[in-house]
Design a protein around this ligand. Structure first.
Ligand SMILES: [Zn+2]
Length: 256
């Protein structure tokens, strides 16, 4: 599903539409709720395109439209997605799955394509409940993500918690823990100060590396997510369990 890196790719393909005006809109009632009715998007100029975590934000004059792609949402401009294939969706775009379509005054068309209809579009979304963006998180903020005391909550659970750190999903968290050589099932509060420093460096580093490679599913563990696989780095058996409600893999030897 789209994680920070995919949403950043959506932001990038929308950036050239800044300055254009929305000429017409069609919107699926479930995905868009009352949007665009309370917000007169038609005739509004796109003044900015931002991202916070997995939330895509399109600024229109006085209002901002928030797009949460959820499981299978993809943004396309003139039918083209930022990916050669729609990774989380059928390999070809299908008109039936376009849940929001905005035609611009210059003829370009922005579509939100979502087969599972789980994406959500909101007007003026409240981002105050989101933690700092994972791509720019610093060591002090990582301390707050992990917490203190004797809480048994797992490291992975904390890293998936969008209110503590915004943007990481299942694949990115597994890859960050793999690169930082940390057991994702450990209590987050148990990390030593060296491990905390390593984690703080590894989060933005992993995001940069996977961003260059093309997305959240380009990590070292990706091809080894099947049962019985061995660690691609040391060859030891990979452990597999549900952590934070998600199927999680980690090296039985290197990640402690
Ligand atoms: Zn290993």
């Amino acid at each position: 599903m789209p994680e920070l890196l995919e949403v950043e790719a959506y932001r990038t393909i929308l950036e050239p539409t800044i300055g254009a005006t929305i000429a017409s809109v069609t919107a699926d009632a479930l995905v868009c709720g009352a949007t665009p009715n309370p917000c007169p998007t038609i005739g509004q100029k796109i003044s900015g395109v931002r991202r916070h975590g997995k939330l895509l934000l399109v600024d229109l004059g006085v209002h901002t439209i928030g797009i949460h792609a959820r499981m299978t949402g993809t943004i396309c401009v003139d039918g083209v997605s930022p990916f050669p294939k729609l990774r989380y969706a059928p390999s070809t775009s299908d008109k039936r799955f376009v849940r929001l379509s905005a035609t611009l005054d210059d003829g370009r068309v922005i579509d939100l394509h979502d087969p599972r209809r789980l994406a959500r579009v909101t007007v003026d979304p409240d981002v105050s409940g989101l933690g700092p963006d994972a791509s720019v998180i610093n060591a002090v903020q990582v301390e707050r993500v992990l917490g203190t005391g004797t809480s048994p909550v797992a490291l992975k659970t904390r890293l998936l918690d969008q209110s503590r750190i915004a943007g990481l999903g299942n694949l990115l968290v597994d890859e960050v823990c793999f690169q930082a050589r940390l057991d994702p099932s450990r209590p987050a509060t148990s990390l030593t100060s060296e491990e905390r420093t390593s984690l703080a460096k590894q989060i933005p580093r992993t995001l940069r590396q996977l961003g260059k490679r093309g997305g959240s599913d380009m990590g070292a563990l990706q091809e080894f997510r099947h049962r019985g696989a061995n660690c691609p780095r040391c060859g030891a058996p990979l452990r597999r369990a549900t952590v934070g409600g998600r199927t999680t893999l980690w090296c039985s030897v290197e990640q402690q």
